[in-house]
Design a protein around this ligand. Sequence first.
Ligand code: UTP
Length: 279
Amino acid sequence: MGQSKINTCVFPVAGFGSRFLPASKAVPKEMLPIVDKPLIQYAVEEAAAAGLKQVCFVNGRHKQAIENHFDRNFELETSVKDTDKEQLLTGINQLMDSCSFASIRQVEAKGLGHAIGCSEPIVDHQPFAVILPDDLCVNPGGESVLQQMVALYERYQCSIVAIEEVPVDQVNKYGVIDGEEEADGVFRVRTMVEKPAVDEAPSNLAIIGRYVLTPDIFKLIADTKPGKGGEIQITDALMKQAVEGRVIAYRFKGTRFDCGSVPGYVSATNYCFEQFYKS
Ligand code: UTP
């Protein structure tokens, strides 16, 4: 299982973003801005703040804007040099300097589990984190959600999923867990189901887009058959660890916005404008 320090964060970004059409037709949904910064930058900043400086994008065709955002643009830089706009690039430049970036293709969008499986050649045999950039998580004045999870990993040395309580009529949109609460907000997972029917859900504790995974997950993903929606689900692969008591679900401190949906995206924009931008 995982004993080493976590260095790599995987960002599965190969999905179609169909809930956000037509905006996501030519622009990756991860490049949609919350105020003036794309979702993917918030996500990479969260990883870097948790000490994970190796970035691995699992990307698809037509979404190169994501890689380009973390590369130099000399023409643009030259045009803003020595103007008052130059400082608008400080944050992204510092992020680029502090992290290394790798990208791997998911040739066919076969589901989140499959996308994570594609990262194996880069992650290698190390524990790693996964951030879904369309789940924007904030915890102003406190540790970021991934920082909280990395600290928990150091204690438990097993896979960790972030969870939150959702309204019962929403459980069919999520992976849902059931388990034993071992400490405040820390559950040893007994069972997990992907998008259960409302009357069949084991609880209203829904998995959101933050994971710490031990490297044996790659073999488990490879052995996982397509599940809900014909996709290879990470929940199904994790269930194989859960039956051995090797998955912790963590009710994180902070707020999550589902920016893959229009209402969540608008809420995140309003929140971030009030919290971080309004002076
Ligand atoms: P979602 O289902 O939320 O994203 O997958 P989506 O498919 O892009 O959006 P909709 O549902 O069509 O609106 C969660 C995350 O997993 C990635 C997505 O890019 C997103 O970040 N993903 C999903 C992949 O990378 N590959 C896949 O095959 C599926």
